[in-house]
Design a protein around this ligand. Structure first.
Ligand SMILES: [Ca+2]
Length: 522
């Protein structure tokens, strides 16, 4: 009887050794050093006013401070803004998942059809939402930014909130969409708790019951005083250090759970706001902002220490308008002086901070010559979240496959601080869902003008399908011109309707017949 053995025969061993030698020879020598590293740091529910960096400008284009700029403390954003360019007209979708999938695919939400945040356990189209909307989010075979960078030789690192698909779906695991590493990402859109002493919502120790919104993978911080933002920062730094040690170019998608609700006060920063006179929730929100900013600073310090800052493109942005708990959702309060808040159809719902910088500017560096970025500058031209995809891929020399439609355009020329007259100044935001702060609407911006189409007129829409604003003369949306400017209204509505059709949008449905309700011309 033959004795079973697990050792390979000498012939198999020799073949394996030959294969190993060939594989090693085939690797381009020191390829890693010629590729720039890329970091996208995405802050949840952070609006353009939630920072001490003034983004808005006065009539002459100079930065103008407002009271929120003096309330918030973000010294490391100030540091990053001094190294690069910030945009004051950068648009995101009005809620989480649509923006995140636009960053991953380069497509507008009307096209990828994840037009609402993804509720992990129930299809949240809304009572009259389109049944064909993409609740499932991203799938394994989809063309994504991390997948393309992964096949281009990058180590792709996901740290923080995913929110790309419902529970048990492929998109629930960032590793299914092109990330080599995933720390903290799943289907949840908000953490059960920011506190390590509460195990971030996981059972065990002081927490008896597992929360459906428990943050995964951070067991080593359970039962400690480590705030969630800090735990994720330590993990991000550790994976960046490992990539540099292995001489691998890296793509870090660092999507903080901060500053999304629950508004858990971060004890490290609470004293800074206790005499502010603001409500407790607003003070807690400010501590989440400051903790996020410390994280940014720690990461910048680490890039310096590792000696890779000159070769690292750093993109910082928010995923939708502010959720600061400071006042009424449709008034000038939460994102003052902008009107509205996360989820609403006003600018406060979709205007986000955006900064692009080389982590350490050096005009003579080879990669920085390929993508020059003005330092300390403000870009006032409009851009949006889907523009990141083509910009990053061009820098990484990894074009998207020809069959993949991209709505974004490269930001290279805007990064130099100049105006680009060839660029469309159009932003289409489609939200065919309810319930949220505004239900069932589409907004369309073209240069100075902005129209909002409301599928079901209500008090919020001033009892009309249409609202029209001129953002050049009325940036805070106080004067609805829908009646006074019929020609502009017609032109803008034409653009909105054409845009939705071109992108294959799906529409809310009629209450009775369930037929799709397409927007109507006035
Ligand atoms: Ca969000």
């Amino acid at each position: 009887m033959k004795t079973p053995t697990s050792s390979p025969s000498p012939r198999v061993l020799a073949a394996l050794l030959t294969l190993l030698a060939l594989t090693t020879l085939a690797l381009p020598a020191r390829a890693a050093q010629t590729r720039p590293n890329i970091i996208i740091m995405l802050i949840d529910d952070m609006g353009v006013m939630d920072t001490s960096v003034p983004f808005l400008t006065d009539a002459s284009g100079q930065p103008k401070r407002y009271p929120l700029n003096d309330y918030c403390r973000t010294p490391n954003m100030e540091r990053l803004a001094a190294r690069g360019i910030r945009f004051n007209n950068f648009c995101a979708m009005s809620v989480c998942s649509p923006t995140r999938i636009s960053i991953m695919t380069g497509q507008n939400a009307a096209r990828h059809r994840t037009t609402n945040w993804i509720s992990p356990d129930n299809n949240n189209a809304g009572p009259n939402g389109p049944p064909q909307w993409n609740w499932q989010g991203l799938k394994k075979g989809d063309v994504t930014l991390p997948r393309l960078l992964q096949t281009g030789g990058y180590r792709t690192i996901h740290v923080g909130k995913g929110h790309f698909g419902p529970r048990q779906s492929e998109g629930a695991d960032p590793k299914n969409i092109g990330f080599d590493i995933n720390v903290g990402g799943g289907s949840i859109g908000a953490p059960a708790s920011y506190y390590g002493m509460q195990n971030y919502g996981n059972a065990g120790g002081k927490v008896a019951k597992q929360s459906p919104a428990a943050v995964p993978h951070l067991e080593k911080y359970h039962g400690t005083d480590t705030f969630l933002t800090e735990a994720l920062t330590l993990e991000a730094k550790s994976h960046v250090a490992a990539a540099v040690k292995d001489d691998k170019p890296f793509f870090l998608y660092f999507a903080h759970y901060a500053v999304h609700a629950p508004f858990n006060s971060d004890p490290r920063f609470a004293a800074h706001y206790q005499n502010s006179g603001k409500p407790a929730q607003a003070q807690a929100f400010a501590t989440l902002i400051e903790g996020m900013d410390k994280s940014l600073g720690d990461l910048l310090d680490q890039l310096d220490q590792l000696g890779v800052a000159e070769n690292t493109l750093f993109i910082f942005l928010g995923d939708n308008g502010s959720d600061a708990p400071l006042g009424h959702q449709h008034e000038v309060a939460c994102a003052e002086p902008l009107r509205g808040r996360k989820g609403s159809h006003y600018e406060g719902g979709m205007r986000v901070p955006f900064i692009a910088a080389w982590a350490k500017p050096d005009a003579n560096h080879a990669q920085q010559k390929r993508l020059p970025i003005a330092a300390g500058a403000i870009q006032r031209q409009q851009a949006a979240v889907y523009d990141l995809f083509p910009t990053v891929l061009a820098l990484a020399d990894k074009p998207a496959p020809p069959g993949h439609v991209v709505d974004g355009t490269r930001l290279d020329s805007l990064f130099t601080g100049k105006r680009d007259g060839t660029r469309d100044e159009v932003f289409l935001m489609h939200y065919p869902h309810a319930p949220h702060r505004t239900d069932y609407f589409t907004t369309y911006r073209n240069a100075d003008w902005k129209v909002i189409y409301h599928y079901f007129p209500s008090k919020v829409s001033e009892d009309s399908h249409y609202q029209l604003f001129n953002l050049a003369t009325d940036p805070f949306e106080q004067k609805n011109l829908a009646t006074a400017e019929p020609a502009h209204l017609h032109r803008l509505m034409q653009g909105l309707i054409t845009g939705l059709e071109k992108q294959g949008a799906v529409y809310p449905v009629d209450k009775d017949s369930r037929a799709p309700l397409k927007p109507k011309l006035p």
